[in-house]
Design a binder for this molecule. Structure first.
Ligand SMILES: C[S@@+](CC[C@H](N)C(=O)[O-])C[C@H]1O[C@@H](n2cnc3c(N)ncnc32)[C@H](O)[C@@H]1O
Length: 289
């Protein structure tokens, strides 16, 4: 496995908070299946045709990278992640994993990750790790060929119900958002992605919004494709936020007891209630010719 520029990697201290262990890999793989189910079998929405090189940034377990490798057997697919990607005997031959920081994509030692080389760059759920989105999007623009596509899929942070935002008074959300800001994360990245893409020179920017359901409400209202994701998220999201919180608020002066209190608040506020959900935004755009 080749690696990106290690010196630069140290300079951009990663703020991703979740240890890449077997249970995290299992969670990501199951989540991948359920996102695909929610999108009626699709994984991406960009109208990519006859690609030669594709990059999956922050690829996690490589679930999307494998999908792309199988879907486009004559293309070369690169998956980049800070963490080691788990070995899988089903890895298609046209998939190459590169360990490193996405801030260093332009300095990659991998000879094929170079400016103007990519037909498609994809990233999903980097909200808890990505700092400096605008410069990341500019980097993607540089890596793409003319007419190449960038697709970004992200959740939005506040929770909603049918009446609007419901998380404004949740103590843990305030702490989490302040901690994220202090670490250079932007929890509104999903909402801003389209504007950032246009500012970076992308054309044909499209946004498709899905729901990130907390429970089975969407399914009960006739959107059966959301049922399994809703069941998964109502269990997994509280666990995830409880796990991330101590790191996210570190350095902000909370005592251990106050952090435990915030973790209890996660459980209390993320009980399943009618209509509770976040939004999931798919944003894609084309680098002009
Ligand atoms: C929530 S996971 C999503 C994985 C995958 N995109 C998916 O949707 O299943 C976020 C991934 O981003 C990776 N990541 C976070 N910060 C990174 C960085 N600075 N450079 C490269 N990868 C990073 C993490 O290691 C993790 O695997």
């Amino acid at each position: 496995m080749s690696s990106l520029n290690i010196e630069n990697k140290k300079a951009h201290k990663n703020s991703y908070q979740i240890p890449p262990n077997a249970s995290e890999h299992q969670r990501l793989n199951r989540q991948h299946e359920l996102i695909q189910e929610m999108m009626f079998g699709e994984v991406f929405h960009s109208p990519v045709q006859h690609p030669i090189r594709i990059l999956d940034v922050g690829c996690g377990t490589g679930a999307v990278t494998y999908h792309l490798g199988t879907r486009f057997p004559s293309a070369q697919i690169y998956g980049v992640d800070l963490a080691t990607i788990p070995l899988d005997p089903k890895k298609p031959d046209n998939v190459t994993f590169v360990q490193g920081d996405y801030h260093d994509l332009l300095g990659s030692e991998e000879p094929h990750i170079i400016p103007g080389s990519m037909d498609f760059v994809f990233s999903r759920l980097l909200i808890s790790g990505m700092t400096s989105w605008p410069s990341y999007i500019l980097t993607c623009h540089t890596l793409l060929k003319p007419n190449g596509w960038l697709e970004i899929q992200e959740t939005e942070f506040p929770y909603y119900d049918d009446s609007g935002i419901i998380s404004s008074d949740w103590k843990w959300c305030h702490a989490y958002q302040a901690g994220a800001r202090a670490k250079g994360l932007d929890l509104s990245c999903a909402i801003k992605a389209a504007a950032w893409m246009r500012e970076s020179g992308f054309d044909d920017v499209h946004v498709i919004m899905y729901c990130w359901p907390h429970g089975e409400r969407m399914a009960d209202r006739g959107h059966e494709e959301y049922r399994n994701l809703g069941v998964f998220l109502r269990t997994e999201q509280p666990k995830l936020y409880q796990a991330i919180l101590p790191n996210m608020v570190s350095g902000m002066g909370y005592s251990e007891e106050e952090i435990r209190e915030l973790q209890r608040d996660v459980l209390e506020t993320l009980k399943v209630e009618e209509g509770k959900h976040k939004n999931y935004w798919v944003t894609f755009g084309r680098k002009p010719n």
